[in-house]
Ligand binder design. Structure first.
Ligand code: MLT
Length: 399
């Protein structure tokens, strides 16, 4: 979708160049014009929906003067249930130079002020087919158990490893933005929809399952992206299957093991899961997983996290707790990592302090380090656009 607009003198400031407020207005006008070319400028309002801007980032690259024409392109970079984000680029039509580029995150609001789904014809005009937007969910039998995974897209492989007590669906807002890659997001054994046998829950087993899943998909090497417990599994993959990892993204995770207090807490939780089942985890974990701001302002994310936390199988949840309790110290592994690595953390993470992420990044040769503002332990769900941008930039720079 491309739209051309002319800059008028009254868009410009005392120095004669396009001022910031007018630039924002032009971005907005270009969006409405693009919508008018597609499903119609009333595509939202005829459904009783308003796209409210929740976040904007804009980078100005060049001055623009009256009479110049700008060509605005628009690309969808995130599509969630009730939110979507677009990237817009404004280029000078004469030189082709980028004058500014911006990202806008919208949440669709109904008449009662609550978030509502993105209207279907708007999704379609972005080329999104909602039922397949994250690829197909598939079943694989590996090492004697059935694993469920979302697999979609073409290109170099990305393997996403979820945290505890979550499942593969936590990656959907992020994977939707990573077009041009083959995205593989499995449920670990005993979590989500993967089979939960009565035993076999060591980090080594999760890692071997994932290597076998890559075999089943004929993937030789993948960029491995692990969040929290998924990071612990990534360390195990590094130890056991280093040849399968082309690059690493370590999100909201740490290399150090549990201390005595941490291990005792795991034991208490294991006993409780065995006694009561995992439903209590929704109340227990959600306030720790999300930043206070997300808890207040993102009801759809809160609901998704609660649903994931309550849905695990008792064997799988107790097994994951024991696996995390018994995990080795991976600190000595860090200086030996030779693949490109990105360490990413939410600034408001209540479970793993940002200082731990920084220390980990410092210990890995040439690692990149990114802190995502306004995110807790789950940046891909709480800040999918910013997280997606950081991840994309890292991936695009890979050799
Ligand atoms: C996770 O998010 O995977 C867990 O909180 C990690 C942990 O409990 O150590």
């Amino acid at each position: 979708m491309a739209v051309e607009l002319t800059v008028y003198p009254d868009d410009c400031d005392a120095f004669g160049h396009l001022n910031q407020a007018s630039f924002l207005t032009l971005f907005e006008r270009a969006r409405w014009d693009a919508l008018a070319q597609g499903p119609g400028a009333d595509a939202f309002t005829r459904q009783g929906v308003w796209p409210a801007v929740r976040r904007t980032t804009i980078e100005y690259h060049q001055q623009v003067f009256p009479g110049e024409r700008l060509r605005f392109t628009l690309e969808l970079i995130h599509h969630g249930q009730t939110s979507f984000a677009v990237r817009q680029v404004a280029r000078k039509t004469k030189s082709g130079a980028v004058a500014a580029d911006a990202e806008f995150l919208f949440v669709c609001i109904g008449r009662d002020g609550r978030p509502v789904p993105v209207p279907a014809d708007v999704s379609r005009s972005f080329g999104v087919r909602p039922s397949r937007r994250t690829g197909a969910t598939q079943q694989f039998t590996v090492r004697g158990i059935s694993l469920t995974a979302d697999v979609g897209g073409d290109g170099p492989a990305l393997l996403f490893v979820h945290g505890f007590p979550l499942d593969r669906t936590m990656w959907r807002p992020l994977t939707a933005a990573l077009t041009g890659w083959r995205r593989i997001a499995p449920d670990l054994r005993g979590m989500g929809q993967s089979e939960g046998p009565d035993g076999g829950y060591q980090l080594t087993a999760y890692a071997d399952d994932l290597a076998a899943l890559l075999d089943a998909l004929h993937v030789e090497r993948a960029v491995v992206c692990g969040l929290s417990m998924g990071g612990y599994v990534a360390f195990e993959l590094l130890r056991r299957h280093p040849g399968r990892i082309s690059a690493l993204i370590l999100m909201s995770t740490r290399a150090t093991p549990d201390d005595a207090d941490g291990r005792a807490k795991r034991d208490t939780m294991i006993a409780r899961v065995r006694r009561d089942g995992p439903a209590f985890l929704a109340d227990e974990m959600t306030p720790k997983l999300l930043a206070p701001m997300s808890l207040q302002t993102m009801p759809d994310v809160v609901q998704q996290v609660r649903a994931m936390a309550a849905a695990g199988s008792p064997h799988g949840i107790a097994g994951a707790l024991a696996a995390m309790r018994d995990r080795p110290d991976s600190t000595a592994l860090l200086p030996t990592i030779t693949v490109p690595t990105l360490v990413l953390a939410g600034r408001d993470d209540q479970l793993i302090p940002v200082a731990a992420a920084r220390a980990m990044a410092d210990a890995i040769p040439d690692a990149q380090h990114a802190i995502i503002p306004s995110a807790g332990h789950l940046p891909p769900l709480e800040q999918p656009v910013n997280t997606g941008r950081v991840v994309r930039e890292f991936l695009e720079a890979l050799p």
